[in-house]
Design a protein around this ligand. Structure first.
Ligand code: NAD
Length: 416
């Protein structure tokens, strides 16, 4: 099976919702078109002394509402279309939660699992230098995504700062706290996932406490979601997975202990008193809440008929194809769309950027309180549109987002 092109899927939602909103064709076209795309091919000295050429991208989808913002992904399957889709989703995400940003995304085609720390550092520094002509605290602010982390952001911040001659913490978010990072950033996406799961369960007449949750992906988003949903939400985590497969126990797992096991063995599989399952099986488990928190296009028209979750909270970006989305909605499954559900990450990234620009830092409690307020307000706005227009939550979130961006475009006008 050929994997669906995420950029085609991303544009489909814009076409559909743009028409629903009665936007002019030229506005829909503008909303679908990435504003700026930079492709770079650059040499890196490997540990064995050879020089390898790596390819990467930075795409800025839209800056009508403010500077561009979005993560950087290191993965062998990165493509320009994937980065375009991810950049576009960032635009909608920032608009849904009301952050003064447009969307961007970056990626480097590489397999971090086969690279040493030194090689990763040299790739990061050279890629940063290549894209430094379009990033900056007022222009475009990267952040972590799949297989990039706080250390990667520290290298980006340092490389950019060396270029201009002084420290610029505001050029990236998701940095270590010691160099201008924000408290609460690492768990922010997952904390947002938990708040949205809480709200979704509430309107669905369910209790998050005791709810059976299956989570795909055990990286930053998946692991922190498992921990927070378990510790603070009181949910029962019945299954988790990573790229090597998953584990299942209907009585529930302790995410902390699974994390220790993964640290020791490199995988969540073969954890005590659980059954090994595949990533496909995890998605189809009988559970109350399913949190896809790995990669895009994992819920498709092939497996949608077998999905049994009552609520899906999209921790990952683009985990559900448009066909699967329609099929699940028809089955009455409530989907909390990525552009709402995983917006906690960019929200605390925004807090980090604001703190960096002011050189004045907030407490963990302030971060949690402000994040909760933004996420629950965004949920309320999306839910209100879903109820009043009788549409699913993804359509409602897109309606809000597209309207905001189209309005900004209209107010600013066309230059020259
Ligand atoms: P990560 O690199 O920390 O973790 C990725 C996880 O996915 C790992 O556990 C990995 O083993 C697993 N994985 C990789 N390939 C897989 C496969 N084929 N099947 C199943 N699992 C697989 O990345 P992350 O930051 O947790 O990002 C996960 C998703 O969340 C991505 O879609 C990302 O765009 C999205 N997201 C991340 C953030 C953030 O703040 N980090 C914010 C919003 C959205």
């Amino acid at each position: 099976m050929v994997a669906p092109n995420p950029f085609v899927s991303a544009k489909e939602h814009v076409d559909r919702v743009g028409k629903l909103l009665g936007l002019e064709d030229c506005v829909i076209e503008m909303l679908k078109s990435p504003r700026r795309e930079l492709g770079v091919n650059f040499p890196v000295k490997m540990d064995n002394g050879c020089i390898r050429i790596f390819s990467g991208y930075r795409v800025q989808h839209n800056s009508a509402r403010g500077p561009c913002k979005g993560g950087i992904r290191y993965h062998p399957n990165v493509t320009l279309d994937e980065v375009r889709a991810l950049a576009m989703w960032m635009t909608w995400k920032c608009a849904v939660v009301g952050l003064p940003y447009g969307g961007a995304k970056g990626g480097v085609i590489c397999n971090p699992k086969e690279l040493s720390k030194g090689e990763l550092e040299r790739i990061t520094r050279r890629y940063t230098s290549e894209i430094s002509i379009i990033i900056g605290p007022q222009m475009d602010i990267p952040a972590p995504d799949v297989y990039t982390d706080a250390q990667t952001m520290a290298w980006i911040m340092d490389t950019y700062s060396m270029g201009v001659g002084y420290s610029v913490p505001g050029v990236v978010t998701g940095k270590p706290i010691e160099i201008g990072g924000s408290k609460g950033r690492e768990e922010a996406t997952s904390r947002g996932v938990m708040y949205i799961a809480q709200e979704a369960a509430r309107v669905k007449g369910m209790d998050l406490k005791g709810a059976r949750v299956a989570i795909q992906g055990f990286g930053n988003v998946g692991w922190n979601a498992a921990r927070l949903l378990h510790q603070e939400g009181g949910a029962k985590i019945i299954a988790v997975s990573d790229s090597s497969g998953g584990i299942y126990n209907e009585k529930g797992l302790d995410p902390l202990s699974v994390s220790e096991h993964k640290k020791k063995t490199g995988s969540v599989q073969n954890y005590q008193r659980t059954r090994n399952i595949t990533n496909e099986e995890l998605l189809e488990l009988d559970c109350d809440i399913l949190v896809p928190a790995a990669l895009e296009n994992v819920i498709t028209k092939e497996n949608a008929p077998r999905i049994k979750a009552k609520i899906i909270v999209e921790g990952a970006n683009g985990p559900t194809t448009p066909e699967a989305d329609r099929m699940l909605s028809d089955k009455g499954i409530m989907i909390m769309p990525d552009i709402l559900a995983n917006a906690g990450g960019v929200t605390v990234s925004y807090f980090e950027w604001v703190q960096d620009l002011q050189f004045f830092f907030w407490t963990t409690d302030q971060i949690k309180e402000r994040l909760k307020e933004i996420m629950t307000n965004a949920f309320a706005r999306v839910h209100e549109v879903a109820e009043s227009k009788k549409v699913d939550h993804r359509t409602a979130a897109y309606m809000l987002a597209l309207k905001e961006v189209a309005r900004a475009f209209e107010l600013r006008g066309v230059y020259p």
